[in-house]
Design a binder for this molecule. Structure first.
Ligand SMILES: Cc1cc2nc3c(=O)[nH]c(=O)nc-3n(C[C@H](O)[C@H](O)[C@H](O)COP(=O)(O)OP(=O)(O)OC[C@H]3O[C@@H](n4cnc5c(N)ncnc54)[C@H](O)[C@@H]3O)c2cc1C
Length: 601
């Protein structure tokens, strides 16, 4: 089976450099040692390691699930080699300080590098992503001693990290967590409880595993306000980094999954022998707020993973459609005429164009979010830093959910383009679909993201986040509506934004008075708002493409740019109109699902 390209590199460069202007980030003191050439070189390195070391293992990891022999968890040995190559290339600490062994890359570029690994092998890339997120929490909330004890080892790959939130009775509802932390003196706590679905929770890929565990102190108030965060290593760690005894963190079982099989999914038991020690990180009872740093990063990571799995499927479908002859066009009457390639059939083009619109759109959305992280942390102007943080906050549920829904839909279409062959294990598209099916579930399900968007993000700071989003969208409309190439699309985005705003005007009072009714159709709102945001980002891409086209580029480049414009047209003509029905339904405050009482099913 041939390995289709990981990604269209021209698209990556278009989004990162032409649109989001990564080079301008080198003007900021934190990235002053970088240039366009060093940023591109980092992406080249990532592409080479992802293509040569991660991608060839994608099917292997799927077919050889992690196995527990009663003592240790086994993965194919090549997985450890691939991760070592990743660490040796300096990619684990890509965005961290030079002093910590990092490259001080802008988040935008670090995310672009990461996207290539997600495209190559989502399961292996999870070990790295979780370790990075874990290290970032310790960097931000840990004491100096905790940073020194854990950070160098996490950022070098000697230790790896997890996030241990979920319990059997507490999945979406973290308020119901029962794991306990009892003070033992000298800053140590005895941890006791069960966690489930913990990704990368056990393996032998690193010397140690550092779990970030949500648990309750004895005096904790009920609910989310009584949750604290603890560092709980598998092996205790001395101040000099040497490993101490096993810390009574035990594998209670491996979970066998539909996809994403190269990442161990574990049930973990903490403190079975009352010998599990944890260290409090961050203030007591504010563990969820600290953990949200990792969860928010992880949510961009989930969106990016979904976009990349969709992208791989799209490129595989494109290759296949260019190659396979089948049938003739509707106006052909001669059965002896040679068969046409699949890509010549209008319906196959429809499926390919939909995939392109979803995956390149989803990729743009995630990279835009990464650019906001850069502005939040390094923009020279404080007001701009705050704006970026606010916009990122509003967009996070969409960044997590939109690619998880629509790039999964792209994987579905990629199978369809392959016909019967797509349903077989001889072709990679079925695995992309299975791997991607996780994304609407973990890191807050689709339904939970929907309630977060409508019930919290749209209301926060008296609607300031939504007002800022509308302002940014209006700026793009302003910049495009007089251009004959873009006028029609600008008008469509303007109409969708107006629809969104008038829908919110109807929903706002209901959300305050009767949240059960107000939030009942939140998932419809998430989809409509998500499509509206994506139409805006497609218009942004079209703006850049139209301007580049007017300079008369060479034929290949012109074809790439025309493709961007056509995908924007497709999105505005075929996709965006579905929001009209969704917004109209939302404005009626329809209660059909809400009124469907349990006994009627
Ligand atoms: C492969 C995999 C990897 C994972 N990795 C990790 C990890 O590393 N660390 C970790 O801590 N967790 C992890 N998880 C757990 C994951 O975050 C949870 O599965 C997820 O949050 C949902 O919880 P649940 O499975 O208990 O489903 P439930 O919470 O029972 O939800 C079931 C359904 O009910 C809906 N629902 C639930 N509550 C509400 C509500 N109040 N209103 C409306 N609808 C609701 C949900 O949207 C969903 O559709 C992982 C899960 C999987 C499958």
């Amino acid at each position: 089976m041939s390995i289709s390209p990981l990604i269209n590199r021209r698209d990556l460069d278009f989004l990162v450099f032409d649109w989001l202007q990564a080079e301008r980030l080198c003007e900021r003191p934190r990235h002053a040692e970088h240039t366009r050439a060093t940023l591109s070189a980092a992406i080249d390195t990532a592409e080479a390691v992802a293509r040569d070391r991660f991608a060839p293992l994608n099917r292997l990891c799927d077919e050889h699930e992690p196995r527990f022999d009663g003592e240790r968890v086994h993965l194919p040995p090549e997985v450890g080699d691939a991760l070592r190559a990743y660490c040796d290339a300096g990619l684990l600490a890509a965005s961290h300080d030079f002093e910590l062994g990092g490259m001080q890359l802008p988040t935008l570029v670090a995310q672009a590098c990461g996207s290539l690994f997600k495209a190559a092998n989502i399961a292996i890339s999870s070990y790295a992503g979780l370790t990075q997120g874990n290290a970032n929490v310790i960097l931000r909330f840990g004491t100096e001693a905790q940073r020194q004890r854990y950070l160098p080892h996490l950022l070098s790959g000697r230790f790896m990290g997890t996030m241990a939130l979920t319990e059997p009775q507490a999945g979406s509802s973290l308020a119901d967590i029962r794991t306990t932390a009892t003070p033992m003196g000298e800053g140590r706590y005895a941890i006791k409880g069960q966690k489930i679905f913990i990704s990368a929770g056990d393996h032998a890929l690193s010397e140690n595993i550092v779990h970030l565990v949500l648990a309750r102190l004895p005096d904790a108030p009920p609910g989310v306000k009584g949750i604290s965060l603890f560092i709980v290593p598998k092996f205790r760690v001395h101040d000099d980094g040497q490993l101490g005894p096993h810390n009574d963190v035990n594998l209670a079982g491996l979970i066998h999954k539909m996809g994403w099989r190269g990442t161990t999914s574990t049930m973990l038991s903490f403190g079975e022998r009352d010998a599990c020690h944890g260290e409090l990180i961050g203030p007591p009872h504010q563990g969820l707020a600290c953990m949200f740093q990792m969860m928010n990063e992880a949510r961009i990571g989930v969106g990016m993973g979904a976009a990349m799995l969709g992208y791989r499927g799209y490129l595989a479908a494109l290759d296949y459609a260019r190659d396979r002859p089948q049938g003739r066009l509707p106006d052909s009457k001669n059965p002896q005429e040679p068969q046409r390639k699949l890509i010549e059939h209008a319906d196959v083009r429809r499926m390919l164009l939909a995939q392109k619109a979803y995956v390149e759109g989803g990729y743009a959305l995630c990279l835009y979010a990464a650019r906001l992280v850069d502005d939040q942390h390094t923009h020279p102007d404080e007001a701009q830093r705050q704006e970026a943080a606010l916009l990122l906050d509003v967009l996070t549920p969409i960044v997590k959910s939109w690619p998880s829904q629509w790039c999964l839909a792209a994987n579905d279409l990629a199978i369809q383009v392959h016909g019967g062959y797509g349903y077989t294990r001889e072709y990679p598209v079925e695995q992309f679909y299975r791997d991607n099916r996780l994304n609407p579930i973990h890191e807050g399900t689709h339904g939970i993201q929907a309630m977060d968007l409508l019930g919290r993000k749209m209301l926060m700071q008296q609607g300031a986040g939504m007002a800022l989003l509308a302002h940014r969208m209006s700026q793009t409309i302003q910049a495009t509506h007089l251009n004959p190439m873009l006028q029609e699309m600008a008008e469509a985005v303007r109409a969708a934004l107006a629809d969104l705003q008038s829908t919110l005007a109807v929903l706002h009072p209901v959300l305050a008075e009767d949240p059960v009714r107000g939030l009942a159709n939140a998932a419809v709102f998430l989809e409509a708002c998500g499509h509206t945001v994506l139409a805006w980002l497609w218009l942004e891409q079209a703006r850049v493409a139209a301007s580049a086209l007017s300079a008369g580029p060479h034929a290949d480049e012109a074809a790439f740019l025309e493709g961007k414009l056509q995908a924007c047209r497709y999105f505005c003509r075929w996709e965006l109109p579905r929001t009209q029905a969704q917004y109209a339904l939302l404005r009626t405050l329809d209660e059909t699902p809400l009124d469907m009482i349990a006994g009627w099913f």
